[in-house]
Design a protein around this ligand. Structure first.
Ligand code: UDX
Length: 431
């Protein structure tokens, strides 16, 4: 088996380390953050991802952790670059960590292949190769190998990928990188670097478009009496459309969709093309979060001042503590600005949320959030909310109003219990 280096022990890096070791490779994981490497050496894992700690532990004899870039670069013939590329205020991706990784390559590095997994703007590969050539790193070959990992199912997504995409301008190099995935039964697409870079953005932008599209259909359903859940089912039966990512709700969040849609818009703009569709995708997503305020006003009257609103779920999706770009942030801030008393609860995301929105009242359970509430908004569809004893909850609420922001609750059952139920584009509504 091959000896690999992974630069960046963040989310993508650690999943790559675990899965490549699982495939039998020896892996040296490098990060400049000494505390992170110290924790990993002691058997800890700095992020929460189901199965990750177990997989790293199970393959520990094939994994080495280091903070020394020179050692790391010398160890592996293949170097996966998995540093993060966060958005800058302009929406462009910040590539400083990529350049820092390049700066760290020792002069006498020998021959190896630099494989960029980080999501980078189309054209970055060409820039990096030019820079490497200028610095005299003539033995370094380059490949782009985007990841398509979802938080919560990242290991599964890696080991059972829909596809492995490898872009290299030398087909022999692309083939060598694809070989590293031997043991994974996934189709492999070998292509050029720019196309591989674009595939990543195009996928995330398309998925985000699908969500904004179904959210607009839901909004029109609300105005016309149709039911978006049935509409989505009917649409999904068309093989050309497919059933996935047609779940209407209060918008997408997370560390990828908002960042990548906005970066693709900038990539297009920077190269002189105005990507009109993406503007609408972004705007629909922004407005979708705010529509909840209008709904609450329809049920409670225009004055939300002094009204007690329960927010169930704060993370951007269930089974994660990640609140990046979560719909809950906009929603809670708007409600606080209206003078409402906002009581939030999340099984995992309370601590991180408290630091950015201290004005919200944080309560230790869903039941506590619902106590005395004038209305409740299901923001994130954690299973504990779906399994809640809603009949009991109703007794403790001031008014039995449920705004289901994810169309995840049993609407008919709630209406039977006497709740006022309001989903996103669903038909079961009001008393
Ligand atoms: C996403 C992509 O799925 C993954 O391929 C990429 O590599 C990283 O970004 P992730 O951010 O983990 O993964 O979340 P995902 O499960 O895709 O959900 C993203 C957001 O879309 C969530 O806020 C979710 O609530 C929302 N969503 C998803 C919808 O509103 N409706 C849907 O039908 C699907």
């Amino acid at each position: 088996m091959t000896r690999l280096t992974v630069v960046g022990a963040g989310y993508v890096g650690l999943v790559t380390v675990a899965c490549m070791a699982e495939l039998g490779h020896d892996v040296v994981a490098m990060d400049i953050d000494a505390s992170k490497i110290g924790l990993l050496r002691d058997g800890g894992v700095p992020i929460y991802e189901p199965g990750l700690a177990e997989s790293i532990a199970a393959n520990r004899e094939r994994i080495e952790f280091t903070t020394d870039p020179a050692y790391a670069y010398k160890s592996g013939n293949f170097v996966f670059v998995c540093v993060d590329t966060p958005p800058m205020p302009s929406g462009d991706a910040d590539l400083s960590r990529i350049w820092q990784a390049i700066d760290n390559i020792p002069a006498d590095e020998g021959t190896h292949v630099l494989i960029v997994k980080s999501t980078v703007p189309v054209g970055t590969g060409a820039l990096v190769r030019a820079e490497l050539a200028q610095r005299g790193h003539r033995h370094i070959r380059y490949a782009s190998n985007p990841e398509f990992l979802r938080e919560g199912t990242a290991l599964e997504d890696f080991m059972h990928a829909d596809r492995v995409v490898v872009g290299a301008d030398d087909p022999g190099i692309a083939e060598q990188v694809a070989q590293l995935y031997q043991g994974i039964e996934s189709p492999v697409l070998l292509t050029d670097v720019a196309s591989a870079e674009m595939i990543k953005y195009a996928c995330n932008a398309f998925l985000a478009t699908k969500i904004s599209f179904i959210n607009e259909i839901a909004n029109v359903c609300e105005a016309t009496g149709a039911d978006v859940t049935v509409v989505a089912r009917g649409m999904g039966m068309d093989k050309r459309i497919g059933p996935h990512f047609l779940q209407a709700g209060i918008g997408y969040g997370g560390s990828c969709f908002p960042k990548d849609v906005s970066a693709l818009k900038q990539i297009a703009g920077n190269s002189g093309y105005h990507f009109q569709l993406l503007n609408a995708v972004i705007e629909v997503n922004e407005l979708q979060k705010r529509r909840v305020i209008g709904k609450l006003k329809r049920h409670l009257g225009d004055q939300l001042r002094g009204k007690r609103i329960a927010l169930l779920g704060l993370s951007f999706k269930p089974n994660t503590d990640d609140i990046r770009q979560a719909s809950s942030i906009i929603l809670a801030s708007r409600l606080l600005a209206e003078g409402a008393e906002v009581r939030g609860y999340d099984p995992l995301a309370m601590e991180s949320m408290r630091t950015i929105l201290p004005a919200m009242t944080y309560v230790p359970s869903a039941t506590a959030a619902l106590e005395g509430a004038d209305a409740c908004v299901l923001v994130t569809e954690w299973s504990e909310f779906l399994e809640l004893d809603w009949a009991l909850a109703k007794e403790s609420m001031a008014r039995p109003i449920v705004i289901d922001g994810r169309n995840a609750l049993d609407a008919a059952a709630l209406v039977d219990m006497g709740f006022v139920y309001d989903g996103v584009g669903t038909r079961v509504k009001l008393e």
